[in-house]
Design a protein around this ligand. Structure first.
Ligand code: GLA
Length: 750
């Protein structure tokens, strides 16, 4: 049993080998938080952790008592407006304008497994894998019931949480804030790690200590955004990548979000996570329910890598669309950077033939195959083949691609339209826009109102036909602008605060309907690169295009940052041309490959332009990748050196039995006559012996480096020193350069 209830104490203890989460019923019937951290025994009484304090300027709950104030209490689902002056987890306005609630414990239920969340993405668990605790709270005055749900996994240091609001009263209640998670921590000695950026510069790691007041990230753009990712870590000052305490908070949602930590005057920390309250208001009529998205709390004592590996496991095995979590991903070629809009069927078939010759497996036709779409200003929304460009339509092209022995996939951007489209001409009211105000455009496109069922139905029917006719194996689902002037003419004034959330529910619904119709379809998510790279997409899109920036050096930062929460199996990574199209940087082919290998691998360039020598290298590379990709994508990923801390980067992937692995080492700028350098490999088993080889730059061989015990490699490591020391004329081997990479393989010796 992972969940224990001690009735005489009113205490719940959720625990497994990794963590304990303890909550209790407070003297006023509310729920309090006692402990979250490493696993501790279940047979002790932890109520001593509930502290009161007679402090001046404090307001107390009971007349005559100067101990119990909510201000000094760690709460489980706090409401602002009583004696707690910190931010609350929910705000519900009653018809008389009152916005406080008295959420008292009513009952609870413990069950095996994990119920699904209706219409929302959420982690899965079988009966054997997890237990779920549901605690029912009720406010007698309004009739509002809130059920807090906690799932703890048997094997993982993870707790999934959400809340369900049910209006059991007689009046409509206005839900203005409905967070998924609140966690009160007893101190503020934490470093906050966030993953920030912009288009083509996504998920760069940024750290700051918690300070009194608010530390917060969020999105109000209608998608999780390039700017902030719905994931934060908290670590102690001495936590490293490999040791020490780390807490992770991940929000399984793709729309507006807020994650904030509030440090109060007494140095306690309140972590809140949920839908961003900006422009959110939900009218909850009598009898209706509102379910918040899921938030996941992770805990590690093995540093940030330990935390990341636990999140990778959860996302791969319990969140990503099945069966893709554990399946190898097809090696693809995408024509976007190769041709942009400038393609003919002949040109595409040339690239496809070349892809087949090189050993790739999937041909993806990107933007420009539909409606009048020959440039950015037209065609979005008209999801039928442009037979002026592709005379045999998508079905004809698909047949030819398949005849080559390749799988076939297409780009869509289902949530958008251009004004120059049949869709807009026929249904100008189908876009999000506020009456009386002009609608802003982004990339000359407008956002369809996915809170309207008829809009989703229309897009579904067009996509369904193309996917069926083209027998598509894959689609790339793009989303290239943030939402603005969000208002739906299909809803009354008092429901306009629902539209952001209803829109994203519509996006999930369309994904689900397509997957119900085409269970084998592989959908790769995308949003101008990584603008919607979040856990909410994973149950539909087991892989996501990580960034429009395909430069290998930029990708070191982007993929490194992304790896804090997300497994390699969902990180879309392609080799593109040099000089790169985003930053015009020249990088060696080997470096581009060695970076993209730590992702769902593919090429994104005009393969027809490659020299014969390059093609020979890529052929050998594809053979190598096919041997190693399963291990890289689904093994255990470890960050060894960080681009955010220096000139070198190193990553490793090991299979789960620690019998084989790959290490990638990257040096951004070349150095002269530099230090001697060793790279310890802490992910190996002490007792095993390993053979280390280095992969040749042209993939022609794996050169043996030596055989060492796991203990030696862990404590000392492999040598990375530059053998030329800058005197290149005296050295006959491979010369280090700027943007240099090395790949090593590790195999356990039986
Ligand atoms: C977005 C995507 C790109 C490509 C283009 C096509 O920018 O991120 O990968 O698909 O759209 O217009």
């Amino acid at each position: 049993m992972a969940i224990h209830f001690f009735e005489n104490q009113g205490v719940f203890h959720l625990t497994n080998a990794h963590l304990s989460y303890i909550l209790h019923i407070l003297p006023n019937g509310h729920l309090g938080q006692l402990y979250f951290g490493s696993a501790i025994p279940i047979d002790e009484d932890y109520r001593y952790l509930f502290e009161g304090a007679p402090r001046p300027m404090t307001t107390y709950v009971f007349e005559g008592d100067t101990q119990f104030s909510l201000e000094h209490t760690r709460e489980e689902y706090p409401v602002y407006g009583h004696s707690d002056y910190r931010s609350g987890a929910c705000r519900v306005v009653q018809p008389n304008g009152a916005s406080i609630l008295n959420l008292e414990y009513v009952s609870h239920m413990i069950q095996h497994g994990k119920p699904a969340l209706p219409g929302l993405p959420a982690c899965r668990a079988t009966q054997a894998e997890a237990q779920t605790l549901e605690i029912l709270l009720k406010d007698q005055v309004s009739g509002l019931k809130i059920t807090l749900s906690y799932t703890i996994y048997e094997e993982l240091p993870m707790i999934c949480r959400h809340a369900e609001f049910k209006n059991d009263g007689v009046n409509t209640l206005r839900l203005q804030k409905a967070f998924s998670l609140a966690l009160d921590l007893p101190d503020d000695n934490w470093l906050w790690h966030e993953f920030v950026g912009a288009w083509s510069r996504e998920r760069h790691l940024f750290k700051r200590p918690l300070t009194p007041g608010m530390t917060a990230i969020g999105s109000t753009r209608g998608h999780s955004s390039h700017q902030f990712n719905p994931f934060v870590c908290l670590t102690r000052s001495h936590t490293t990548e490999h040791t020490g305490q780390a807490i992770g908070c991940s929000f399984v949602y793709s729309g507006n979000f807020l994650i904030q930590a509030e440090v109060d005057a007494y140095h306690t920390t309140r972590l809140l996570c949920g839908i961003h309250p900006e422009n959110f208001e939900w009218a909850l009529r009598p009898g209706e329910s509102f379910v918040t998205p899921e938030a996941v709390l992770g805990y590690s004592t093995q540093g940030l890598n330990g935390l990341s590996q636990a999140f990778h496991n959860l996302m791969r095995n319990h969140l990503s669309r099945e069966p893709w979590g554990e399946m190898v991903r097809p090696l693809l070629v995408n024509n976007w950077e190769g041709t942009y809009f400038d393609f003919t069927e002949e040109k595409l078939l040339g690239i496809a033939q070349k892809a087949k010759d090189l050993g790739l497996e999937l041909f993806v036709l990107d933007d420009g195959w539909f409606g009048e779409r020959t440039h950015e200003k037209a065609g979005l929304g008209d999801w039928w083949p442009n037979t002026k460009r592709l005379k045999n339509g998508i079905a004809g092209l698909s047949q030819k691609i398949r005849a080559l022995g390749l799988k076939f996939g297409l780009w869509f951007e289902p949530e958008m339209c251009n004004q120059d489209s049949d869709l807009y001409r026929n249904h100008p009211d189908w876009i999000l826009q506020t009456p009386g105000y002009s609608a802003s455009h982004g990339r000359h496109q407008y956002v369809l109102d996915f809170s309207r069922q008829e809009v989703i139905d229309y897009i579904y029917q067009l996509m369904e036909q193309v996917i069926r006719d083209g027998e598509l194996d894959y689609i790339k689902w793009d989303m290239n602008r943030s939402l603005s002037e969000v208002y739906s003419t299909a809803y009354p004034p008092h429901q306009q605060g629902e539209i952001f959330h209803r829109h994203i529910l519509g996006v999930y619904q369309l994904h689900q309907r397509l997957l119900d119709s085409f269970p084998q379809l592989l959908i790769e998510g995308c949003s101008s690169g990584g603008g919607r790279f979040d856990p909410g997409m994973l149950p539909y899109c087991p892989q996501i295009w990580t960034s429009d920036d395909t430069d290998a050096i930029e990708r070191l930062f982007i993929q490194h940052g992304t790896s804090y929460a997300y497994p390699i199996s969902c990180i879309g990574a392609h080799v593109s041309v040099s000089p790169n199209h985003q930053v015009l940087r020249h990088t060696p082919l080997f470096t581009r490959a060695a970076v993209a290998l730590f992702g769902t691998f593919g090429y994104e360039l005009d393969l027809m332009q490659l020299s014969d020598d390059t093609c020979q290298i890529i052929k050998r590379e594809m053979i190598w990748v096919k041997i190693w990709r399963c291990m890289i994508q689904h093994g255990q990923f470890t960050r060894l050196r960080s681009p955010f801390e220096g000139n070198d980067v190193a990553w490793a992937a090991m299979d789960l039995t620690k019998s084989k692995g790959v290490v990638g080492y990257y040096r951004i700028l070349n150095r002269i006559n530099d230090r001697f350098d060793r790279l310890p490999l802490p992910m190996l088993n002490d007792m095993e012996k390993y053979r280390i080889c280095e992969v040749a730059e042209d993939f022609s061989e794996e050169r043996p480096i030596g055989q060492y015990s796991g203990k030696t490699l862990k404590e000392i490591g492999i040598l990375l020193s530059d053998p030329t020391a800058g005197e290149i004329s005296k050295y006959a081997g491979r010369l280090p350069t700027d943007f240099y990479a090395r790949l090593f393989t590790i195999e356990k010796i039986a």
